[in-house]
Design a protein around this ligand. Sequence first.
Ligand code: ASP
Ligand code: MG
Length: 437
Amino acid sequence: MNVLKFGGTSVGSVERMKHVANLILKDKGNIVVLSAMSGTTNQLDEICQYLSKGNQPGALEIINALRAKYDAVILDLLGRDNRYAEEAVVAVSQILALLRTLTAHDFTQVEAKEILAQGELISTNIFHQYLKSLGVKSALLPALEFMRIDARCEPDMRFITSRLERLLEVYVDAEVYLTQGYICRNHDGMIDNLRRGGSDYTASLIGAAVQAGEIQIWTDIDGMHNNDPRYVENTSPVSSLHFEEAAELAYFGAKILHPACVLPARIANIPVRLLNTLEPDRPGTLIYDTPPSGTIKAVAAKDNITAIKIKSGRTLLAYGFLSKVFETFARYHTSIDMIATSEVGVTVTIDDTSHLADIVDDLRCFGSVTVDPDMVIICVVGDLEWHNSGFEARAVTALGDIPVRMISYGGSNHNISMLVSAADKVKALRYLSQHLF
Ligand code: ASP
Ligand code: MG
């Protein structure tokens, strides 16, 4: 059994949905995870924005737009006067009625999460009817019945696994098991989600729970590229990556994969394959635990980074100094990306500056503090095990005349991070492509 996830653009139009159906029907008995049609989650989010400002008419206007959009989708995909079209209309009408009811409620995070969950419920209901209209035995597995996060917002793997197992048993002879990405329940049983882009994470959690043969993430690009195609010409897909390399790239900017998605697959040691819906025969990128070694594979950049340098006063790097620095960031729930230390000080980087002023204030107790805003982390990923000589030198040399604020290497076997000014980002990415690939 494989898990196949199709993102919003892959199911973004009737034509695309038909194409996805062709793809998934090549093989029977897999679990298919769908996102909301592209644009829908953003519209649901707009509804929430309106409601948070008390603007009910604004929210209703978007619900009407959704109504028109989905009426057209259903008509185009399923026609009319047949039971599949009718069932799809009923399902979508119920969802839109619920949205309308929610606009009349007090608006809290509970309503917001419920509203945001409706996009995946709509897309899967429509697609389920489409598969049935093709004569396919499709089983719609409600994600809200098996996907759950605990009080720390971590997936409750035991619950997910046992619930899924039971659900799959109910539909033993299904040809396709269809379910919603992104949505879940929290430990209180309320509707929640796995954060924007979270359908990848859903697929990975399901893959781990059912011990899938493979987790396939279908998008509209042919795998992870060795550099950012928005800024660098002639990038090419990376054919294979280690789980850790993929996790670094996802975290450091490769938009194709949700950063959390790699971990469950990695723990369960299930390969993740990134594939292109538009060119399904392309090899894409395979993420697994034993990819070929000895090469640098890709480069990515993470924006909006702030560097904070703390120069210790009299005590130099006395014991306890670093832990006090880290405690300060932890107190403000701010996570640190990069660290560089010297005998007299330490520099760390953060991307969430919402508590920067307080953090800096507190850090001043330990020494002098300097802040460098508008930086980017340039992350070079590959087989960077320390015995492999020359790779780190090549990465640093490639930056040539670009001023480098900070370098971090040796934290894992797969990454060198270099901090440069945001103004030098594109140049840095281009230089690295020229020198490394
Ligand atoms: N529909 C959600 C979003 O747009 C989840 C996803 O697409 O993965 O973020
Ligand atoms: Mg996505």
